[in-house]
Design a protein around this ligand. Structure first.
Ligand SMILES: NC(=O)c1ccc[n+]([C@@H]2O[C@H](COP(=O)([O-])OP(=O)(O)OC[C@H]3O[C@@H](n4cnc5c(N)ncnc54)[C@H](OP(=O)(O)O)[C@@H]3O)[C@@H](O)[C@H]2O)c1
Length: 379
């Protein structure tokens, strides 16, 4: 258990995010007035833009065109992984943008991750070299240990090694993997190292058992799944939390997550003249985490960066903070029996209880009306 002194109780501590004015270049396309993301200083001394571009599920032409669009819109922080099998595409698009003179390598913040099949410390340097080759760069800005549970290495191409219908895991201790990643910093192959999907106890163990602190823990965070204790714990220890699936993977067809399509959200959209996505991203940056939305649609890409010219009222921020807690989406439950499984083990899919999800609560003065509206609809 994490001692309670590590957990802050302060609700209003967003100002602790040390903002540094960032962006020495203007976006090349879209609205000329889009402000680039400010940067936050990591404990390694390097700076990371407080908003990034996620690339999971983007491959081939869709990936390169999305990354081109993101750079030209003004994104400078990119998130990929060995597991996404798109490092070559992400690297190619970024290198083309550099060749075109639109950005310099120094102005890009590139994150990639060590996959679960490469936890054996003897594999770490070799696979990182291979990832650098795929990306086409001489260094990675941030290299994350993707998940605490190791999978058996059969060959580099098999990402989920199965045998008799069961995923083959290993007992490699993530501390040993972490220690091997520390060597990559010394070799200059990566500038900073961090974690992903680690719970508080696991982060604490890494801090206690190694000589360097993780600079980032990349975990699932979205309105309704804010992981406040973990975020507070990381912040207390100078670890920046990167928020993956920052919208909660919106799906227009089944209207999930419900808050994203709610009447309450529609009111915020009208009030701020911003889209639901922009409201969520602005809220998360002010909450003190670094969202990395994925978008293939060029309109989404430019909307997602255009969040630094407005601010949510305290009452609306409180309403978003107060959304009834929901269940995590990304569960890796195929390995939930492993001792290093980082999440709660008794969860059901959030989609199974979609009918129980509530609309985003509104600011105090609006709440009564909405509840009445809901009552009238008999929901
Ligand atoms: N470390 C980990 O284990 C882990 C796990 C999951 C994700 N991640 C990282 O986090 C990134 C983001 O998470 P995610 O892809 O799971 O979920 P997400 O960013 O919450 O959702 C992506 C979905 O949102 C849509 N979207 C984007 N911008 C929008 C906007 N302004 N309005 C409405 N819809 C919008 C996208 O549509 P279009 O594509 O059509 O634009 C896409 O369908 C990933 O790409 C990956 O880089 C890391």
């Amino acid at each position: 258990m994490i001692p309670s002194r590590y957990l802050t109780t302060c609700d209003d501590d967003n100002s602790r995010v040390a903002m540094i004015l960032g962006g020495d270049q203007r976006p090349l396309r879209g609205e000329s007035t889009i402000l680039l993301a400010p940067k936050i200083k990591l404990s390694s001394g390097y700076e990371m833009p407080v908003l990034g571009f996620g690339t999971y599920k983007l491959r081939g032409f869709q990936c390169t065109s999305a990354v081109h669009c993101a750079v030209e819109t003004g994104f400078r922080h990119f998130d990929t992984a060995y597991y996404y099998e798109n490092e070559k595409d992400v690297g190619e698009a970024l290198r083309t943008q550099i060749k075109m003179g639109n950005i310099s390598r120094e102005n890009i913040f590139l994150t990639t991750k060590l996959w679960n099949t490469h936890h054996d410390p003897r594999d770490v340097r070799r696979i990182c070299e291979q990832q650098l080759k795929l990306l086409g760069f001489t260094y990675i800005d941030l290299y994350l240990l993707h998940f605490p549970v190791g999978y058996k290495h059969m060959c580099d191409e098999i990402l989920k090694p199965m045998s008799d219908g069961k995923l083959q895991t290993t007992n490699v201790d993530y501390i040993d993997t972490w220690n091997a990643m520390e060597e990559l910093v010394k070799l200059g192959m990566v500038r900073s190292i961090g974690l992903s999907n680690f719970n508080m106890e696991q982060v604490q163990r890494v801090i206690q058992c190694s000589s360097s602190k993780p600079v980032v823990n990349q975990v699932e965070v979205w309105p309704g799944f804010l992981q406040k204790d973990l975020v507070d714990y990381c912040r207390y220890n100078g670890i920046v939390v990167t928020a993956y699936s920052p919208f909660g993977q919106p799906n227009r067809e089944n209207h999930s997550p419900t808050y994203f399509f709610s009447e309450g959200m529609k009111r915020l959209v009208k009030k701020y003249k911003k889209t639901s996505g922009q409201i969520v991203l602005r809220f998360l940056v002010d909450y003190g985490v670094v969202p990395i939305p994925k978008a293939a649609n060029p309109l989404h890409i430019s909307q997602n960066l255009n969040i630094f010219d407005f601010k949510l009222d305290d009452s609306d921020t409180r309403a978003l903070l107060g959304i009834k807690p929901k269940k995590r989406i990304v569960k890796y439950d195929i390995v939930k029996e492993h001792p290093f499984y980082p999440f709660e083990r008794d969860e059901e899919s959030q989609y199974q209880d979609v009918n129980n999800l509530q609309n985003v609560p509104l600011a105090r003065e609006q709440r009564e009306t909405t509840l009445n509206d809901d009552d009238q609809r008999g929901e």
